[in-house]
Design a binder for this molecule. Structure first.
Ligand SMILES: Nc1ncnc2c1ncn2[C@@H]1O[C@H](COP(=O)(O)OP(=O)(O)O)[C@@H](O)[C@H]1O
Ligand SMILES: [Mg+2]
Length: 327
């Protein structure tokens, strides 16, 4: 197997708090191959967005990426790149689409001009040509009246259209890695499906890898090759999509899958995971999921689980899974 495009190892991020530093991401390990789509799932507050921001080196102050962290992208150690080179990586090789596109679009510049700028950063083309390509890209991503919409300001566009502009911009940059953080959460179901389809098409045509953060298993099912499940700052299970969805091993993954609304179970209450995600700084000892876990036993309260390989494509950090694997 060739080296992965993105390799994250021991990624740790902390924030300053009243009593010392508090970790929000703790020794995260992830790998992503070229052309692959990895879904990163987990309840709100587990550290998914901070993980994504760390890859871009955009963790907001006073957040800090701890020294032992390693993020290797296309053979380069991102965490030791000079600031100017990192800016180049962000502007080109790694693209990002957020839940709220307003945070990434410049509110005082017409959307077309922003995409033209991205095009001209990557190809030395005259302004007229960049403009023509922008209108074309807007058509490709399904923006109606694209010749007129290029002159709109972000606030004049709906959420769905702004998200399409972000995808057009990503397509203009032709990134090798596209990070999408809840890209469809703010959109209604029909638009959501169209945006996912666009992201998937873009990835297939350009060969880009996609790191897709979502809490929607419908989204996972539609686009992911592999899935990583995050809980309280750590990865607790990872695997190929089909295997992980049909045979989740970690009780947390099982709980997440059970809380998906199912049409056939209409009227029945969702079987949700009891309790809430512990806040950073209040993570339980040993297995962090044990207070919420229906299967917890002594070892879960006293010993941190290690990675247990359950098949060539699936692994879990869980004592129960470990004991089953040994039996
Ligand atoms: N600027 C910040 N200062 C302190 N804590 C933060 C900051 N940003 C995020 N956090 C905390 O980090 C944890 C992980 O956040 P986040 O990565 O956004 O979670 P997710 O994307 O999985 O919902 C949360 O508990 C959040 O409160
Ligand atoms: Mg988030």
């Amino acid at each position: 197997m060739s080296a992965p495009l993105l390799e994250i190892d021991r990624l740790a991020v902390s924030f300053r708090a009243e009593r010392g530093r508090v970790h929000v991401v703790d020794r995260v390990q992830l790998a992503l191959a070229a052309g692959e789509t990895l879904a990163l799932v987990g309840e709100s507050g587990c550290g998914k967005s901070i993980t994504a921001l760390a890859i871009m080196r955009l963790v907001p102050r006073p957040g800090l990426i701890e020294a032992e962290s390693r993020i290797c992208f296309a053979g380069r150690d991102l965490l030791s790149l000079p600031v100017a080179e990192m800016r180049n990586v962000r502007g080109g090789k790694i693209g990002m689409i957020f839940q709220e596109p307003m945070t990434s679009l410049n509110p005082v510049t017409r959307v077309g001009a922003q995409v033209e700028e991205a095009i001209r950063l990557h190809a030395k083309v005259p302004a007229g040509e960049a403009r023509r390509r922008t209108v074309e890209l807007f058509q490709t991503v399904g923006i109606p009246d694209s010749g007129i919409r290029v002159d709109a300001y972000p606030h004049q566009l709906s959420g769905g259209l702004k998200q399409r502009v972000m995808i057009a911009m990503a397509m203009a940059m032709q990134p090798r890695l596209l990070i999408c953080d809840e890209p469809t959460t703010a959109l209604d179901a029909t638009i959501r499906a169209q945006i996912l389809e666009l992201i998937r098409n873009m990835a297939t045509t350009t060969g880009a890898a996609v790191l897709l953060i979502t809490h929607d298993f419908g989204v996972v099912n539609a686009v992911a090759d592999r899935v990583a499940v995050m809980y309280a700052g750590q990865i607790v299970e990872e695997g190929a999509r089909e295997e992980l969805l049909s045979r989740p091993r970690h009780p947390y993954t099982q709980g997440l899958l059970r809380s998906i609304p199912r049409p056939e179970a209409r009227g029945n209450r969702l079987e949700e995971i009891k309790g809430v995600v512990p806040r950073p700084g209040q993570w339980p000892q040993a297995c962090r999921f044990h207070p919420r876990c229906p299967h917890a036993f002594d070892r879960c309260r006293s010993e941190t689980p290690a990675r247990t390989v359950v098949s060539p494509t699936q692994a879990a950090w869980c004592h129960l899974v470990d004991e089953e694997a040994r039996a």
